[in-house]
Design a protein around this ligand. Structure first.
Ligand code: ADP
Length: 394
């Protein structure tokens, strides 16, 4: 597997993986280990389109990575022949402004960010330390979700809180989905034939988590997510922005601890909470089409809040070259793009309905009407972005 790069996204009970050669931005291997720690833990592989799976009962992260290594060996793809291993790391705090070759100091830096992302960074670290122990000679690279947003100016990243909270505990807005936003911004630059350093766009990454960013001259200058990925847009199960006074109100009314309220805001809110049905946009769109009023209302709220956020982000820019939609919803949900863009006429955006209908695939990704500023639908490829950062660093 010379010249191949393995990309690892290690979560609390899952590990997603993919592998690329330098020649293609399409992974030749991808897969997922899930339900780690449980009796029904499983690892699934797709190697050049051929799918297989293996039960790995009670396997932890190390067990899942051992199963991945065994699979690679079986297919004549030994791990020690890799060019590099890239790891998605959720939180890089203020320390990491770009991808890093992993050494002891980088591991210490990622550990220092654990209080900022207590669910994510420990899982990311587990993937890093396990693979470092298994193949110490293969260079490993950390790619941070927060790094792209380290260009935010203080006026955009500070909360209206006592300054000591920032000074003593690094309480500020960081922003996430940076790898995805950077990838689509680079793709937009190609599409618009303009250098990234001269590009000003608003990018909306709409998946299970959702965030939007204002990019000025290629740099993130404002974004919707904050200290944690709970701030900002309405998402699949996350509330996004709410009145901070609601923590106490909800806790009092429902008799919930602060932890339980946080859980409600992360796991039982957003599209799921509003619709009382599903966090999945496709399901809700089908239900709304079939006349379900509550599903339609959940979509209305999602779209209204997104359009409002885009309007706010635009105020950080002096000009806009394009609006970008990406992520599972951004790339596929015509109804969402239609509702959102209908609210953005003031910014010079108008949809071409036919192009929107086919997700832009027949229009080079541009779903804007003539006379409108470009509205681009760009499939994200975070894994390739991580792989190409690895290749750049080694
Ligand atoms: P993740 O953030 O987990 O990577 P994705 O980027 O895959 O998630 O986005 C998942 C979301 O995309 C879900 O809400 C799903 O319903 C939505 N989605 C995927 N395909 C479609 C479609 N054809 N129409 C509407 N929504 C879709």
């Amino acid at each position: 597997m010379k010249q191949a790069v393995l990309v690892i996204n290690s979560g609390s009970s899952t590990i997603k993986f993919s592998a690329f050669t330098q020649q293609s931005d399409q992974a030749f291997l991808s897969g997922l280990a899930e339900r780690l720690g449980a009796q029904d833990a499983v690892i699934r592989f797709s190697l050049q389109g051929i799918k297989s799976e293996q039960a790995i009962p009670l396997a932890d992260h190390e067990g899942a990575l051992q199963a991945l290594i065994a699979f690679l060996n079986q297919h004549d793809l030994p791990l020690d022949s890799l060019s590099a291993i890239g790891h998605r790391v959720v939180h890089g705090g203020e320390q990491f402004t770009g991808s890093q070759l992993i050494d002891d100091a980088v591991i210490a830096g990622i550990s220092a960010c654990v209080p900022l992302a207590p669910l994510h960074n420990p899982a990311n670290l587990l993937g890093i330390t396990t693979l470092r122990a298994l193949v110490p000679d293969v260079p490993q690279v950390a790619v941070f979700d927060t790094a792209f947003h380290q260009t935010l100016p203080p006026k955009a990243y500070l909360y209206g809180l006592p300054f000591s909270l920032y000074r003593d505990f690094a309480v500020r807005r960081y922003g996430f989905h940076g790898t995805s936003h950077l990838y689509v911004v680079q793709q937009a630059a190609l599409c618009l034939n303009k250098p990234v350093s001269e590009l000003s766009v608003i990018s909306a990454h709409l998946g299970n988590g959702c965030s939007a960013v204002a990019v000025k001259n290629g740099e993130s200058v404002d974004t919707t997510m904050g200290m944690t990925p709970l701030e900002g847009l309405v998402m699949g199960t996350r509330s996004g922005d709410i009145d901070p006074g609601l923590h106490q109100f909800i806790g009092d009314k429902l008799g919930l601890s602060l932890d339980a309220v946080t859980n409600l805001l992360n796991k039982q809110s957003g599209l799921l909470g509003l619709s009382e049905m599903s966090n999945d946009m496709r399901t809700l769109a089908n239900e709304a089409d079939a006349g379900n009023a509550q599903a339609a209302l959940a979509i209305e709220v999602f779209c209204f809040r997104l359009a409002r956020a885009i309007g706010g982000l635009a105020m950080s820019l002096t000009s806009i070259d394009a609006l970008i939609f990406t992520g599972g919803i951004g790339e596929n949900a015509r109804n969402v793009r239609e509702k959102v863009v209908a609210q953005l006429g003031l910014l010079g955006f108008q949809l071409l309905p036919d192009a929107n209908e086919n997700n832009g695939v027949l229009h080079d990704g541009n779903i804007a009407a003539s006379g409108s500023k470009p509205i681009l639908v760009i499939p994200t490829n975070e894994e390739w972005m991580i792989a190409s950062d690895c290749l750049g660093l080694i």
